[in-house]
Design a protein around this ligand. Sequence first.
Ligand SMILES: *Cc1c(COP(=O)(O)O)cnc(C)c1O
Length: 230
Amino acid sequence: MLIGPQNLAANVRKVRAAIAAAAGQCGRNVDSVTLLAVAKGHPAESVRAVAAVGVEHFGENYLQEALPKIASLAGLELTWHFIGRLQANKTRAVAEHFAWAHGVDRVKLAERLAAHRPYHAPPLNVCIQVNVAGESGKAGVAPTEVPALAAAIHALPRLALRGLMCLPPEETDPARQRHWFALLRGAFEALRAEGHHVDTLSMGMSGDFGAAIAEGATLVRIGTAVFGPR
Ligand SMILES: *Cc1c(COP(=O)(O)O)cnc(C)c1O
């Protein structure tokens, strides 16, 4: 569904206000939470309108959809995050066209991203995806597997391990939402305690970003609340 630029700007204002309120409620600085606008299913013109009100970070799930959009917006200096399911046959395009990859859950994927990252580009920012609820069919490592994968990524060239990402089960009860986010936060704090300089907790979407911010999210991935329904 296509919404006009004015409505998109209003949506961004509302989401920013909600992020600020959630941060304020737990005594966090609003600047510690970055809005990542998830543009899947929405055209380049909508991204342009959202960028025009100051949003810099955009997320995409599907390469076929993302690559032409990224190319047509190349003049805007946006930061693109690949948040879709990462597979071996996608690593080259992700390493060449994105600044971030959020779905790393295997050493082999990390190795391929490192090998394909162009030499002239800054390191590719990487988040390890964690399957916090152990759901079958969902991407991500178990929380216990995070340290080994983090060590492997750290040893690779041209990648910067930035933190952890999760896509928890859909919950409507804020206490249940927080339960899963707290689990990711625990794994994140354990990484820091081991000496990894990670700074990114990528968690929270349109329906649960308040709970994610309460548990320490530094980057919230918001599609519907910014761009409208897909
Ligand atoms: C689509 C998607 C989002 C955004 O979801 P909304 O509910 O529309 O905010 C966030 N993260 C990932 C990984 C997604 O695939």
